[in-house]
Structure formats: structure tokens, C-alpha cells
Design a protein around this ligand. Structure first.
Ligand code: HEM
Length: 491
């Protein structure tokens, strides 16, 4: 056979091999829109609401879509069945966390939120156990929140009778709960340092939800050279770091191993144990500082934004507020502090809080995951190093899972007899191995704070319900609720 014939034969064998692989389906990459060099599909994605573009594309390409954001390959998973199949049925495969340049720079590459592999496993197991021991599973946290609710009620009473923006009132109460857990102390609402830190956290999350924030996460090296707001934000992140480092130092000086006070004490005890035994470990200062920042950031703005939004819905729909108050008055009255035990006797109130979380859809894109190896999924191959977005928005607003996903309606969580009914598509905290570690705490806070507030106040808007705009102010990484004015009339 001459050289030419050999080449033709080799070519045919290669084509045959590729056809067999493609028709077998297994090695096929998921479909998606045509991507341009360098920028990929970025020019096509709605910068103010990327999830809307992904939902549109899923109509054409199905529930598993390949998209390029810059040079980064991203697979978007759309719909309840697909998201569940990935996060629950193939939980181990999808437990990786995507590189997040902003968070990486802020925490110097350490901490629970952005880590993978053994580091993540050790930090996650330790954090879940410690949060449980410090009260999520015990009565202690409940009494912290009851106590904090009373402070919040007093603060709102002081503010009479003027309308006010509730943002930093709520975030001060919520952050005090995290401070109790992590630092073992609460701060006075007048503490200027706390208010400054909360303003910083709010600014960081807002920045990450703007197109500029997204751009930083896609082209970090380039952005580091360009002028802009991100430099100021990183300076502020350093203030948060300094605050955490200072608290850790204070804890070290006063640590009593027989009586650990909080998360930091427990971590320091592990760290000291390991230092004595010289074991290779993830329990070191960098991971402690970064995880403290993770808990503080992830635990404050998420929960307080959800509370702010729920109260906004209550002034938009006063009849719903009134019905909650009646239920609470009947079951608890206006003086006794609510407990988590009361939740099952307050089905309507419970349904409203669930529905507010569903309707807000606070983290529509989820916190992106990562394929740390080739993953075989629904007949496709998701290659190693692909970012995976299990689109929470597509589950919380799915027409297949909710009667009327675009309407705020507590009946989504009630059966015909008015009993509370959970829907498995309620996953605002995500699902599977990487799901939010603060879920129980956040749910406890939402319930206890909101019930206490409704026992003491009736809320309204100075401009009346029609003036309340419940659409988000930003809709990128997070659906950030608008600021608004609130009147809190004592009952
Ligand atoms: C309404 C409140 C909250 C919402 C909606 C929320 C939502 C989420 C979501 C969607 C994720 C990503 C899950 C995934 O990757 O699949 C997450 C992760 C996380 N959340 Fe929350 N969260 C809330 C409150 C909290 C609180 C109170 C804390 C702290 C105690 C917290 C700490 C974290 C941490 C540390 C992670 C990373 C877990 C990991 O990577 O393994 N969150 N949260």
C-alpha cells in the first residue's frame, strides 16, 4: 500500500472512531450556543440577570447547557430533576467548588467556602459539628435569638414614629447571632465598628452582584491592573480581616480548654492539639481566619436580606400580615417569646416565610460548583475543570413544581386543610454535599425574628402598598432586594 492509501485509511479509521464515540453519546459535551474566541458567550448573557439568558437557552438546548464565559467552560443545569440528579443522586461528583477569584483574593485562597478536597472535607465536618454543638441543634441558639429579638424590638420602638429604612436594623440583629456563635459575644447596636463592618459586607455582596463584579470573576488578572471600584472593595475586605484576626488573638489569650466559648475557641483547641502532635492538618490560622470571614459574610447578608424582603412582602400584602398576626396571637399571644416548637402550630406563618424565600430566589445561580474530574451525566461528559451552575432559579420558579411560580402565594406551602406542606423543590439553600452549612440557623432566625416582630408591631409603607416595588434592585449573583421605608406601629 502506498503512503497516500495509508493516509486515507488512517483518516477513515479516525472518522469512524469519532462517529462511534459521538453516537454512543457517552463522551459528548452538552450542547449550547456558538461561542466566539476569547469572549465566548459573554456578549449574549444578560449582565443584569444571567439566569434569564440561561433559562431562554434551555428551551433550545435542553436541561444541560454548555456555555463559555470568557475562556471558562461552564455547564448550566436547569430544572428540578436535573439539579436533583446532579446534587443529590451524583452528590460526590458534583461536590467541587469553582474557582472564585474575588473570594480567593479576599480569603487568600483558604477557608471552607472556596476550598476543595481534603481541606474542604475537614473544614466542613468541623464547622457542621461545631455549629450543631453551639446551638443549632440545642436550645442555646434559640435563646440567643430570642434575646436578640428583644433588642431588635427595643431598637424599633426607639425609632418611633418616623418611617425608616430597616436594612441595618435587621443586619445588626442577624450579625449579632453569628457574632455570638463565632466570637462568643454580641455588640451594642450603637457600636460604630459593627455598623461599619456591616456596611462593608453589604458593599461586597452588592459589588459581586454588579456586572463589574462578574467581570472581576472572569478576568481577575486584567482587572487587577485596571483602575476601579474593586480596589476600594479589597481595601475594605482587609478591614474585615483585621477585625477577625484581632478577635482570634483575643481568644488565644483567654482560651480555657475546659470551657470553649464559641467557634473560634473550638478551632484553636484543634489547632493546639495538632501542633502538639505535629500532624499534617488543615487546622491552621489561615483556614481559621478565612472560615470566620466566610461565616460572617455568608451568614449575615443572606439572612438579613431575606428578612428585609419578607417584611417588604408584608407591607405589600397587608392582608397576609394580618392573617399571620391573628395566627400568632391565637397560638402564642403577644408576650411570650416564640420557640421553634411553635412552628408546627403556625402553618400559615411558616408557609409565608417559605414562600418569601422561594419568591425572593436570593441566590439564583447558586454558588458555582466545579468538575474536579470528568463527570458522566445524563449521557454527556462534563470535562474536568468545568464550572457547573446548578441553577436554583430554575427550581424555585419552575412551572412544573409550583402552581404559579411568578406569584407570591403562601398556598404553595399549604394543603387544602391549611396544613403546612413542604415541596421538595424548595431548595434556596441548595442541596447535597455542598448545601449551605447555616441552613438550620438561618431558618431559626427567620422564624423567631419575624414572629417576634409581628407580635409587637404592625408594619406598613408610608406610600401605601401600591408604592412598594418588590422586584430586586440587582439580579446577578444575588437577587438583592431594594431598600425601602417602613413604618413600625406598636400594637
Ligand atoms: C437565608 C439565608 C441563607 C441562604 C439563602 C444561603 C444560601 C446558600 C447557598 C445557595 C449556598 C451554596 C450551596 C452550594 O454550593 O450548593 C450556601 C453555602 C454556604 N453558606 Fe449559606 N445561606 C444562608 C445563610 C447562611 C448562614 C446563616 C451561614 C452561616 C452560619 C451560611 C454559611 C454558608 C457557608 C459557609 C457556605 C459554603 C458551604 C460549602 O462550601 O461547603 N449561610 N449558602
Amino acid at each position: 500500500m502506498d503512503t497516500y492509501a495509508t493516509l486515507v485509511l488512517a483518516g477513515l479509521v479516525l472518522v469512524l472512531f469519532l462517529v462511534v464515540r459521538m453516537t454512543k453519546g457517552e463522551r459528548r459535551q452538552a450542547p449550547g450556543p456558538f461561542a466566539l474566541p476569547v469572549i465566548g458567550n459573554m456578549h449574549q448573557v444578560n449582565k443584569h440577570a444571567p439566569f434569564k439568558t440561561f433559562m431562554e437557552w434551555s428551551k433550545q438546548y435542553g436541561p444541560v447547557i454548555t456555555v463559555y464565559l470568557g475562556l471558562q467552560r461552564v455547564v448550566v443545569l436547569v430544572g428540578y430533576e436535573t439539579v436533583k440528579e446532579a446534587l443529590v443522586d451524583q452528590a460526590e461528583d458534583f461536590s467541587g467548588r469553582a474557582p472564585a477569584p474575588f473570594a480567593y483574593k479576599a480569603t487568600k485562597g483558604f477557608g471552607l467556602l472556596i476550598s476543595n478536597g481534603e481541606r474542604w472535607r475537614q473544614l466542613r465536618r468541623f464547622t457542621l459539628t461545631t455549629l450543631r454543638d453551639f446551638g443549632m441543634g440545642r436550645k442555646k441558639m434559640e435563646s440567643w435569638i430570642q434575646e436578640e429579638s428583644k433588642h431588635l424590638v427595643d431598637l424599633l420602638r426607639e425609632n418611633q414614629p418616623a418611617p425608616f429604612d430597616p436594612t441595618f436594623f435587621l443586619s445588626r440583629a442577624v450579625s449579632n447571632v453569628i457574632c455570638a456563635l463565632v466570637f462568643g459575644q454580641r455588640f451594642s447596636y450603637k457600636d460604630a465598628q459593627l455598623l461599619k463592618l456591616l456596611q462593608i459586607i453589604s458593599g461586597i455582596l452588592k459589588f459581586n452582584s454588579t456586572p463589574r463584579g462578574q467581570l472581576y470573576n472572569i478576568f481577575p488578572r486584567l482587572m487587577d491592573y485596571l483602575p476601579g471600584q474593586h480596589h476600594a472593595i479589597f481595601r475594605e475586605v482587609n478591614e474585615l480581616r483585621k477585625f477577625s484576626t484581632e478577635k482570634i488573638r483575643e481568644h488565644q489569650e483567654t482560651l480555657n480548654p475546659d470551657d470553649p466559648r464559641d467557634y473560634i475557641d473550638c478551632f484553636l483547641m484543634r489547632l493546639n492539639e495538632v501542633e502538639k502532635n505535629l500532624v499534617s492538618t488543615e487546622f491552621h490560622h489561615e483556614n481559621l481566619t478565612a472560615t470566620v470571614l466566610n461565616l460572617f459574610l455568608a451568614g449575615t447578608e443572606t439572612t438579613s436580606s431575606t428578612m428585609r424582603y419578607t417584611m417588604m412582602l408584608l407591607i405589600k400584602y397587608p392582608d397576609i400580615q394580618e392573617k399571620m398576626q391573628k395566627e400568632i396571637d391565637n397560638v402564642i399571644g403577644q408576650t411570650r417569646s416564640p420557640t421553634m416548637e411553635d412552628r408546627k402550630s403556625l402553618p400559615f406563618t411558616n408557609a409565608v416565610i417559605h414562600e418569601a424565600q422561594r419568591f425572593l430566589d436570593l441566590v439564583p445561580l447558586n454558588v458555582p460548583h466545579y468538575a474536579t474530574k470528568d463527570i458522566s451525566f445524563k449521557g454527556y461528559i462534563i470535562p474536568k475543570d468545568t464550572v457547573v451552575i446548578p441553577l436554583l432559579h430554575s427550581v424555585l420558579k419552575s412551572v412544573d413544581q409550583w402552581d404559579n411560580p411568578w406569584t407570591f402565594n403562601p398556598n404553595h406551602f399549604l394543603d387544602h386543610n391549611g396544613n403546612f406542606k413542604l415541596n421538595p423543590a424548595f431548595i434556596p439553600f441548595s442541596s447535597g454535599k455542598r448545601a449551605c452549612v447555616g441552613e438550620s440557623l438561618a431558618r431559626m432566625e427567620l422564624f423567631l425574628f419575624l414572629v417576634t416582630l409581628l407580635q409587637h408591631f404592625t408594619f406598613s409603607s408610608p406610600g401605601g402598598p401600591e408604592s412598594v416595588d418588590i422586584s430586586p434592585e440587582f439580579s446577578s449573583l444575588g437577587n438583592i432586594p431594594r431598600r425601602y421605608q417602613l413604618i413600625a406601629a406598636p400594637r
